[in-house]
Design a protein around this ligand. Structure first.
Ligand code: COA
Length: 245
């Protein structure tokens, strides 16, 4: 099992991506386990808030590139199940990020209610360099939070950027000292867990309601393009290049 789920404090559930030897790359079983945990938190009265983090000083290196190489499977890939769960979640989700947040590791932050990252964290959405295209609702949400020009630069060039840039681009609340992201996230989580639960849920619903349908539609449209790109010769050559480094 590479997703650890534990209730560590009253009302606070910690979800840890735990596959450090692969920099917490996510495979189909991981996506399903995370989605199940998020949906489970919504239906569990003992959970008020989830905190999502990664083991070994890394958030996640994104989709497992080996699973992208499977051209028999159609569609965008297994990440959709996690993305839909994040978009539909009723209870707050806080991301605690260190090390690296690549691909879906960056785009999933757009759906978290709070996100904190160690200052040395490196973010990257390398979809174009990998022969892919934006996913995770990023083609809609990143221009909203970062502005169209900045979003285009990040999504088309796919360059690495740091936590201060991520904060400026609206992907995280703020950069924190390295190693402190989880502590900062848990402090916010405890405060939310102690706040009136229905009021917290209503606030999340109201904040996300105006964009929810557009985000879900974007996920579907991106998924069609991403699925085609993933099977393309350009993408398969890029995946093979990474795997044989
Ligand atoms: N999928 C599959 N395997 C991955 C992976 C991924 N997304 N990310 C890392 N790994 C594997 C590496 O192949 C390596 O395996 P090995 O020990 O058998 O050689 C191991 O994890 C460690 O990775 P390494 O690159 O040596 O670690 P690093 O700390 O130097 O670099 C990253 C970390 C995240 C910057 C780098 O691994 C990377 O760029 N990964 C790919 C990210 C990516 O493109 N994700 C998909 C986005 S759509």
């Amino acid at each position: 099992m590479t997703i650890r789920t534990e209730t560590i404090r009253d009302g606070v559930r910690l979800l840890t991506m735990d596959r450090p030897h692969r920099r917490n790359a996510l495979d189909p079983a991981d996506y399903q386990a995370l989605a199940t945990a998020i949906e489970g938190a919504d239906s569990d009265p003992d959970v008020r808030v989830s905190v999502l983090t990664g083991a070994g000083g890394v958030f996640t290196s994104g989709n497992d590139i080996a699973s992208f190489q499977d051209v028999q499977t159609e569609g965008a890939g297994a990440g959709m199940v996690l993305l839909r769960a994040l978009v539909c979640a009723r209870k707050p989700i806080i991301a605690a990020v260190e090390g690296f947040a690549i691909g879906i590791g960056t785009t999933m932050l757009l759906h978290c209610d709070f996100a904190f990252a160690g200052r040395a964290t490196r973010f990257r959405v390398p979809f174009v360099p990998l022969g892919l295209c934006p996913e995770g609702g990023s083609s809609y949400l990143l221009p909203q939070v970062a502005g169209l020009k900045r979003a285009t630069e990040l999504l088309m060039l796919g360059d690495q950027f740091d936590a201060d840039d991520a904060a400026e681009a609206g992907l995280i609340n703020r950069a924190v000292p390295d190693g402190d992201a989880l502590a900062v996230a848990l402090e916010r989580a405890e405060r939310l867990a102690a706040a009136p639960a229905e009021s917290v849920e209503a606030t999340k619903l109201l904040l996300r309601r105006p964009i929810r349908d557009a985000v879900l539609q974007t996920l579907d449209v991106e998924s069609v393009h991403f699925g085609k790109r993933r099977q393309s010769a350009e993408a398969q050559a890029a995946f093979a290049g990474f795997m044989r480094r």
